[in-house]
Design a protein around this ligand. Structure first.
Ligand code: DAH
Length: 347
């Protein structure tokens, strides 16, 4: 039997040594293309079989040589591949001993806390929450609320106009006018929270922009006692279990009779302290029985229907509730104030 292996030996050794020297998978691919692919130098040696007298022996010698190369190739391939994976793992290693990222958690502005609380209290009494436009027509802000063009009550609120006929609403009572217009003479039980705007000098207790919640109930047989009971329940839930309310007579064009409502001081329980300026009472809102003219203008017969309404400042309630000294703090987005406040409430 002829020995054909010398034909392949030189190239075999050369290729094996190249494989052993290869540093990367790319080097290996290059070797494969150059020597071992169909047209590669080593594969081409097979063409010499034509000249061989013992073709079987030639084939065997070729295969033996190719196996040596392939074995080396495979070992090297596995090794380089593992190296590559290990390197990648090392690169992506997560050091769990590193300190974590601290996310700064925001806190809710006390204004929104109190707004939600007021809404919850009234929703639990069966009220629905209504909203309305902040830029509104004279008709809804004044006329339908019994404040005609020349009425002196406009002076305090005759304020930020967009044009002759529309303005930034000066109270949320305007929403009451919208709802009454839409209700088509049907009973109403709503609260209307929202921003309001007035010409005002900004100081510790005044702001040209603030927020109110308007309340309105219209039905048969609604009386002042219903209003008092409702506001007392509100005061008990918002301020103190033993809170009482008292009415002082007042004037609003859209209610008759009208009242200023005081709540017994929750800091001293009526004894007199700095919070209530020694009186035992704190003024919190305006209210009254819906004026017959207001009922009539929106399609209710005052002989059949009656109603009460009230308007309370959200910031005012929040300031009393949490002892906040300056209304401007609600709008300054000073995170120190908001966080301090949240701590106080959650502790
Ligand atoms: N609209 C009044 C204001 O802004 C507040 C108010 C008082 C609303 C009495 C009412 C009410 O509904 O009956 O000063």
């Amino acid at each position: 039997m002829e020995n054909y292996s010398p034909i392949f030996k030189d190239l075999e050794e050369k290729i094996v040594s190249l494989i052993l020297e290869a540093k990367t998978l790319e080097d290996l691919t290059e070797i494969k293309n150059k020597y071992l692919s169909k047209k590669g130098e080593f594969s081409q040696l097979m063409n010499k079989i034509r000249e061989a007298s013992d073709k079987k022996a030639f084939g065997e010698a070729f295969n033996n040589s190719r196996k040596v190369i392939e074995d080396n190739y495979n070992v090297k391939f596995t090794k380089l591949n593992e190296d590559k994976i290990n390197e990648k793992l090392k690169e992506e290693e997560i050091d769990i001993t590193l300190p974590g990222n601290n996310y700064h958690r925001g806190a809710e502005n006390p204004f929104y806390k109190v707004k939600k609380e007021i809404e919850d209290i009234f929703v639990s009494m069966g009220y629905t929450v209504e909203t309305g436009p902040e830029v509104d027509l004279d008709k809804y802000v004044f006329e339908l609320l019994n404040i005609p063009k020349d009425h002196p009550a406009r002076d305090m609120q005759d304020t930020l106009y967009i044009d002759n006929n529309s303005l930034l609403r000066s109270h949320t009572s305007s929403i009451q006018a919208h709802v009454m217009e839409k209700a088509n003479g049907k009973p109403i039980k709503i609260i209307c929270p929202g921003k309001t705007y007035r010409r005002d000098d900004d100081d510790m207790t005044h702001s040209h922009q603030f927020a109110q919640v308007e309340g309105l109930v219209i039905d048969k047989n609604i009386n002042l006692g219903n209003l008092k009971g409702t506001l007392e329940l509100f005061a008990k839930k918002m301020f103190s279990k033993d809170a009482k309310v008292r009415f002082r007579s007042s004037y609003f064009p859209f209610t008759e009779p009208s009242v200023e409502v005081d709540v017994s001081c929750f800091a001293c329980h009526g004894k007199g302290c700095p919070t209530c300026k020694g009186t035992g009472w704190i003024e919190i809102l305006g209210a009254g029985m819906v004026h017959p003219n207001v009922l009539k203008m929106s399609g209710y017969d005052p002989a059949i229907y009656s109603g009460f309404a009230f308007g309370v400042g959200i910031e005012r309630v929040a300031m009393l509730r949490y002892g906040i000294d300056d209304i401007r703090r609600f709008y300054q987005s000073d995170i120190r104030f908001i966080e301090e406040f949240n701590k106080k409430v959650e502790d």
